[in-house]
Design a protein around this ligand. Structure first.
Ligand SMILES: Cc1ncc(COP(=O)(O)O)c(C=O)c1O
Length: 382
């Protein structure tokens, strides 16, 4: 059996809606994008949703919207995708890397607190795998120290923290619609906020900083005149991708249910095994289950995590690792960060393997992944 790490869950609804856009003659940002934004805001409960062409763009615009300056510090977790880090460097600002919780892989609140200095301007909690970070203490600390909270929600649509939807908690939240994400537009992203000034500014910045978007300029009743108040970026989505997003959002709950079912099946297969540690979702939190992170207990095994991945591959199963801790990359040379300063991230990195979880993965495939994992672990038991 061959099981890819991910397959997008698309059907005729997406195909037909893209065809409709193509036939309409208007293919860049326009009505479909505004409809997608409206639907997304109502789905998450956020006051404003602004569509962009990736989560990386959303994170970049979020930092621009808070007027991040050279030398300002932004606290981020060590276990995340490089995008969370790189957008800070665009400003000549300083990414400050904090450790994560050993069990949940989420930003460790004590480490966040310890890394705060008078220069800290923002924190970017990453809702790893779809589980929200511990937002009450994070928001409490941030509010008391005048720190902006920009949530990296690339993994977490839909997700909930104590009854509140991710997208309505921090100052700004950034979502991803990359090909493997819980809803996809191929490439795409969304920024949500309750702050109307931030929403307005991000809407301008996503399209060169011009005072009205191309839709207004070229539609009947529009005008060719526009002003540019500040330099912006070319980060707008197209109506082609937004048409896919509208259809994906409609089935977001259904897809979420399928991922939940797979997660609970895996949980029951792995729960009682002393060769693996399953990923816990804390009380009061609902995960989107974008990832299913398994930690193999290398102390009880004669193989490493890397060898486990090779064995899975040999059995036709593609897996991945989320993530290589930031400080291990070459671009961190000379930064002064050392693996020994991040004991929890190192612990996770030596053990973590993400196994397939996506709507459309059928029962037989889920069983095959679970059985194969357990067989490999048993074979290499100490
Ligand atoms: C935690 C995290 N943040 C940000 C991103 C960037 O998302 P995008 O590819 O939409 O720019 C990703 C993508 O994988 C991610 O995993």
């Amino acid at each position: 059996m061959i099981i890819p790490f991910h397959r997008a869950f698309l059907d005729d609804n997406e195909i037909n809606s893209v065809a409709e856009v193509l036939k309409s003659g208007w293919i860049t940002m326009g009505e479909k994008t505004f409809e997608f934004e409206k639907n997304f805001a109502s789905y998450t409960g956020a006051s404003h949703a602004v569509a962009v062409n990736s989560c990386t763009s959303a994170l970049h615009l979020a930092l621009k919207a808070i007027d991040l300056q050279p030398g300002d510090e932004v606290i981020i977790p060590a276990i995340t995708f490089i995008a969370t880090w790189e957008v800070i460097t665009y400003f000549g600002a300083v990414p400050v890397v904090a450790d994560v919780e050993k069990e949940t892989h989420l930003l460790d609140v004590d480490s966040f607190l310890k890394n705060i200095t008078p220069k800290t301007k923002a924190v970017i909690p990453v809702h790893y795998s779809g589980q929200p970070c511990d937002m009450d203490p994070i928001m409490g600390i941030a509010r008391s120290k005048n720190i902006w909270v920009i949530e990296d929600a690339a993994h977490s649509l839909p997700a909930y923290y104590n009854g509140r939807a991710v997208g309505t908690i921090g100052d700004i939240t950034c979502f991803s619609f990359y090909a493997t994400k819980t809803i996809t537009t191929g490439e795409g992203g969304m920024l949500t906020t309750d702050n109307p000034q931030i929403a307005d500014r991000v809407k301008r910045l996503r399209l060169h900083g011009i005072s009205r978007d191309a839709w207004n300029r070229y539609s009947s009743g529009g005008s060719w005149k526009y002003d540019v108040e500040e330099a912006g970026y070319k980060y707008n989505p197209t109506d082609i991708s937004s048409a896919i997003g509208i259809e994906q959002l409609k089935k977001s709950n259904e897809m979420n249910k399928m991922r939940e079912e797979i997660a609970s099946k895996y949980n029951s297969c792995f729960a009682k095994n002393d060769l693996v540690e399953i990923y816990p979702v804390r009380e009061g939190r609902i995960s989107s289950w974008h990832l299913y992170p398994l930690k193999i207990k290398i102390e009880n095994l004669t193989i490493s995590r890397d060898m486990f991945i090779e064995e899975m591959k040999a059995q036709g199963i593609s897996t991945s690792v989320h993530f290589i801790p930031l400080y291990r990359f070459s671009c961190f040379k000379g930064s002064g960060y050392l693996p020994k300063d991040f004991p929890n991230s190192e612990f996770i990195f030596s053990r973590e393997v993400s196994i397939p979880i996506y709507p459309g993965l059928n029962n037989k495939e889920v069983d095959y992944v679970a059985e194969t994992s357990l067989n490999i672990l048993e074979k290499y038991k100490k």
